[in-house]
Write a protein that binds this ligand. Structure first.
Ligand code: GDP
Ligand code: GDP
Length: 437
């Protein structure tokens, strides 16, 4: 299910990041463990009274171009209007109303989005009178808060949560494969969406679920239904904030969250960038089925070893997803674009794989016979039996004598044996060693 988004806007120094930190607390990171995936302060998951949401601090946006910096507040407000279900408009109760508060207020009112007006730096009840000045901005009751001390922030969050959509917006049928195309700006995502939708064998599908998100594109090929997630976001062009790296990571994260299958789109012409690894890392971390699409293959000067070299490069740069299939395509010429949906079917299938306990144990037994499990101080790891406890992605529990004896390298060996025995291309798998009680 998609997490609703709450964005904080307001001019510099009103206390946006102080409020962000207070709401998010220690729970800054929503992903971890994949090397190269760093913590990003522009957004974080938060909850209030059991309602989860993604909080964006639009003050975390940085623009390189001086002309644009002058417009920073507009850019921030635009991002909030486009992305958020509820906007927290933060103003400074100490410095009073300014012309840029009025400007932002105009933009927000025009958007029709729910706005909760927070008047910050009301550190003491004596300061509350200052709050009334802000009625002038034309929103519902301004709420006086002190982000630094935490006064009033609960009331503010109550007001936010009241406005959040309660409904589960992603109720597509079970058999619909949800696909996200992710990648840094300019790799060709939007061109690929167009190429996919323009394919003659592809039909725009009737409504795929009970409620359908207007930003997604449903389609159908050979009787299988798919949804391309967030195609509106992919195709919308030219907003200043879309070029900001943190923003494209955010966009990718939200799409990953809703997808079954994630295609990491790389630019064959310009090659692999640091940001590609980060984005791919999120998809793996989230446990999605993953494929790699190398686009712009038409623009690459090739000999008979070019694609092999690119594959080796990918394996080197993305060691945590050697199992992901790789497809070389061109959105412009259409070359091999028709292979993308069948590939989605294949990896979605593998992602949902169920392996019977007896078959699984035969493979594990053979594996432990060929390569003896590790031992420490005279005690050897014993795997008594294995069972699959989850799908999407497949999760296997190995019941053992001493789980601490399961070394990373032996676990990887087991994973490789499972991959050799079963068709697990395109899906991460998880292996957990647990002591038999
Ligand atoms: P941002 O630029 O909007 O993100 O603002 P910051 O969160 O960086 O805060 C700007 C300044 O205001 C900092 O010096 C904060 O310590 C201060 N500040 C933030 N919230 C409060 C508050 O509730 N009361 C007071 N007195 N100062 C605050
Ligand atoms: P997005 O930002 O990832 O959505 O990328 P776009 O679809 O907007 O494409 C960025 C640029 O790359 C545009 O100028 C496209 O024309 C170009 N482009 C996209 N796909 C291909 C391709 O397959 N081959 C070539 N040569 N150019 C492409």
């Amino acid at each position: 299910m998609a997490l609703p988004v709450v964005a904080i806007v307001g001019r510099a120094n009103v206390g946006k990041s102080t409020l962000f930190n207070r709401i998010v607390g220690e729970r800054i990171s929503i992903v971890e463990d994949i090397p190269g995936v760093t913590r990003d302060r522009l957004y974080a998951q938060a909850d209030w009274n059991g309602q989860n949401f993604l909080l964006i601090d639009t003050g975390g946006i940085e623009l390189a171009d001086a002309d644009e910096v002058a417009n920073l507040i507009r850019v921030q407000a635009e991002l909030a209007i486009d992305e958020a279900q509820v906007i927290i408009f933060l103003v400074d109760g100490r410095s009073g109303l300014t012309s840029s508060d009025h400007e932002v207020a105009r933009m927000l009112r025009k958007s029709g989005k729910p706005v909760v007006l927070g008047v910050n730096k009301i550190d003491h009840p004596n300061h509350l009178a200052a709050v009334y000045d802000f009625y002038e901005l034309g929103f519902d009751e301004p709420i006086g808060i002190s982000s630094e001390h935490g006064h009033g922030t609960g009331d503010l969050l109550d007001a936010v949560v009241r406005q959040l959509p309660r409904t589960d917006e992603d109720t597509y049928d079970e058999d619909v494969i949800k696909i996200a195309l992710i990648g840094r700006p300019n790799v060709g995502k939007s061109s690929l969406v167009n190429a996919l939708l323009g394919n003659q064998r592809v039909m725009v599908s009737p409504v795929a679920g009970t409620t359908r998100d207007a930003v997604d594109s449903p389609l159908e090929m050979d009787g299988q239904r798919f949804v391309l997630i967030d195609t509106a976001g992919i195709r919308r062009r030219g907003k200043v904030y879309e070029r900001i790296e943190k923003y494209s990571v955010l966009r990718a994260l939200r799409a990953i969250e809703r997808a079954d299958v994630v295609f990491v789109v790389l630019d064959g012409e310009s090659g692999i960038a640091e940001q590609d690894k980060k984005i791919a890392g999120y998809a793996v971390e989230a446990g999605r089925a993953v494929g790699i699409v190398v686009n712009k293959w038409d623009a690459v000067e090739k000999d008979d070893k070019t694609s092999q070299r690119f594959i080796e490069e990918i394996h080197e740069q993305f060691p945590f997803m050697r199992w992901a299939p790789i497809q070389f395509v061109s959105a412009i010429t259409g070359q091999r674009v028709h292979k993308i949906l069948p590939l989605a079917m294949e990896v979605a299938n593998n992602h949902a794989m169920r392996i019977s306990t007896s078959t699984l144990n035969t493979v594990i037994e053979e594996a432990t016979t060929s390569v003896t499990p590790p031992s420490d101080k005279g005690v050897r790891l014993r795997i008594y039996y294995a069972t699959q406890v989850g799908t999407k992605p497949p999760v296997f529990v190995l019941f053992v004598n001493r789980s601490e004896l399961m070394h990373f390298s032996y676990q990887r060996y087991i994973e490789n044996q499972l991959r050799k025995s079963f068709e697990l291309t395109g899906t991460p798998i998880r292996i957990v060693a647990r002591n038999r009680s």
